[in-house]
Unconditional design. Structure first.
Length: 117
C-alpha cells in the first residue's frame, strides 16, 4: 500500500501561480512514476504531468510551458509548479503513483484548484 498526502491547492486569479506538493509513504520502493491528474466538473480525469525516477516527464499539451513537475526522490515527494493559471485549469488535482506507465496505481484524496477570471 502507498499513502499520498497532497497540499497546496487554493483560489488564485488568472495569471497567478500555485505550487502543489505530494508526499508518498508506505511501500514506495516499487514506485517508478509520480505525478498529477485533474478532474473538472462534468469531465473525465486527465493527465496533467507525471515524472519518473530517472526524470522522464510527460505533460498534457494544455499545460506545456506553464506547469513544471519536479521531484525529490529522497523525500518521496513530487511537486507541480503552476504558472500563468487560466480559469480552465480549475479542477480537483489528484496525486498519483505507479510502478509502470504514467500513474494510476494509487491516488491521493485530491486538492481543489480554482482559478478566477
Amino acid at each position: 500500500q502507498v499513502q499520498l498526502v497532497e497540499s497546496g491547492g487554493g483560489l488564485v486569479k488568472a495569471g497567478g501561480s500555485l505550487r502543489l506538493s505530494c508526499a508518498a509513504s508506505g511501500s514506495i520502493f516499487t514506485i517508478n512514476a509520480m505525478g498529477w491528474y485533474r478532474q473538472a466538473p462534468g469531465k473525465q480525469r486527465e493527465l496533467v504531468a507525471v515524472i519518473t525516477r530517472i526524470g522522464e516527464r510527460n505533460y498534457a499539451d494544455s499545460v506545456k510551458g506553464r506547469f513544471t513537475i519536479s521531484s525529490d526522490n529522497a523525500k518521496n515527494t513530487v511537486y507541480l509548479q503552476m504558472n500563468s493559471l487560466k480559469p480552465e485549469d480549475t479542477a480537483v488535482y489528484y496525486c498519483t503513483v505507479s510502478r509502470r506507465g504514467w500513474g494510476g496505481d494509487y491516488w491521493g484524496q485530491g486538492t481543489q484548484v480554482t482559478v478566477s477570471s
